[in-house]
Write a protein that binds this ligand. Structure first.
Ligand code: C2E
Ligand code: MG
Ligand code: MG
Ligand code: MG
Length: 288
């Protein structure tokens, strides 16, 4: 404690805090030097429709740290946000996703695939965000309809009007928007009717126990009905078993993403699956 250190000593950090701060700084330094290199790469997690077809994928960034191994985006995206590195990183992610879409666009069996890219709050707030996205689309020649941006409720807290106007600008060019982790943030319902989303993602925290917890099942059903009423598509995240999938289908869900269908995989793995579909069938009945 600062006081215990003596009256002439000012200590702002106890040793544990100091260790945490320097670990974070080290991570930031390492992330800075990883930018633009092969340590950072993208995986793609298939999104599946009711008959079990892959309609697209969510883009998920990965960092293979030379000493520490794979670091979760849950751990390094916040560092990227607080350091500002999210701006170049986020731009690289969108550009890479568009380059992938561009490659798929020339192949008949892959051309209809859509990619959903996560956008962080600070990235979306950047005044350059809209011009950057439009420039990337133009430079890669990608059909904007193939690109969807995932936003979370957390970024709606400050300046909803600005969020709406940016969304509308991008939507006018054909981009789609998904509301990620729905139900985990604040004041969802009031914003939902104002914001021009195309899709709601039911958060995996509700999906996980949907079979055993009647409250989670009620929330899932509510989100599905709400989406239908508002004319939005719905996709359930974290679908891990066939039983999850079957129950969600009974509740009226028509889009699915989760380990039951596929973990996040490389782009070439997606291509292989598209050419020779081997995913479990969503349409199998849970009841024998
Ligand atoms: P998210 O956008 O909600 O992504 C879904 C997360 O759930 C992914 O974790 C995915 O691997 C995981 N997941 C998918 N299916 C299942 C399942 O069946 N069971 C379980 N338990 N988990 C499943 P991941 O890749 O570790 O990403 C975590 C979060 O990090 C993402 O949550 C997103 O908020 C953020 N993130 C990931 N990639 C990016 C990115 O490129 N940019 C930004 N800004 N954030 C990203
Ligand atoms: Mg997401
Ligand atoms: Mg999510
Ligand atoms: Mg999440």
């Amino acid at each position: 404690q600062a006081k215990a250190a003596g009256r002439n000593t000012v200590r702002f950090f106890d040793p544990m805090m100091q260790a945490a701060v320097s670990a974070r700084l080290q991570l930031e330094t390492d992330l800075r030097s990883a930018m633009g290199g092969a340590e950072l790469f993208l995986l793609y997690q298939p999104q599946v429709d009711e008959p079990g077809r892959i309609i697209g994928a969510e883009v998920l960034v990965r960092w293979e740290h030379p000493q520490r191994g794979l670091i979760s985006p849950v751990d390094f995206i916040p560092v990227a946000e607080s350091s500002g590195l999210i701006l170049p990183l986020g731009e690289w992610i969108i550009r890479s996703a568009c380059e992938q879409l561009r490659l798929w666009a020339d192949q008949p069996d892959l051309a209809s695939l859509e990619l959903a890219v996560n956008v962080s709050a600070r990235q979306f707030r950047d005044p350059e965000f809209v011009p950057i996205v439009l420039r990337i689309l133009q430079e890669t020649g990608v059909n904007p309809q193939r690109l969807k941006l995932e936003l979370t409720e957390s970024m709606l807290i400050e300046g909803v009007d600005l969020v709406i106007s940016k969304m509308k600008l991008l939507k006018a060019h054909g981009l789609g928007f998904a509301l990620d982790d729905f139900g985990t943030g604040y004041s969802s319902l009031a914003y939902l009717k104002q914001l021009p989303f195309d899709q709601i993602k039911i958060d995996q925290s509700f999906v996980r126990d949907v079979l055993d917890d009647p409250n989670d099942a009620a929330i899932a059903r509510m989100v599905i009905v709400l989406a239908e009423t508002l004319g939005l598509k719905v996709i359930a995240e974290g679908v891990e078993t066939q039983a999850h999938c079957a129950l969600l289908m009974e509740l009226g869900c028509k889009g699915f993403q989760g380990f039951y269908f596929s973990h996040p995989v490389s782009a070439s793995a997606i291509e292989q699956v598209m050419r020779r579909p081997t995913l479990p069938q969503a349409s199998q009945s849970r009841r024998k």
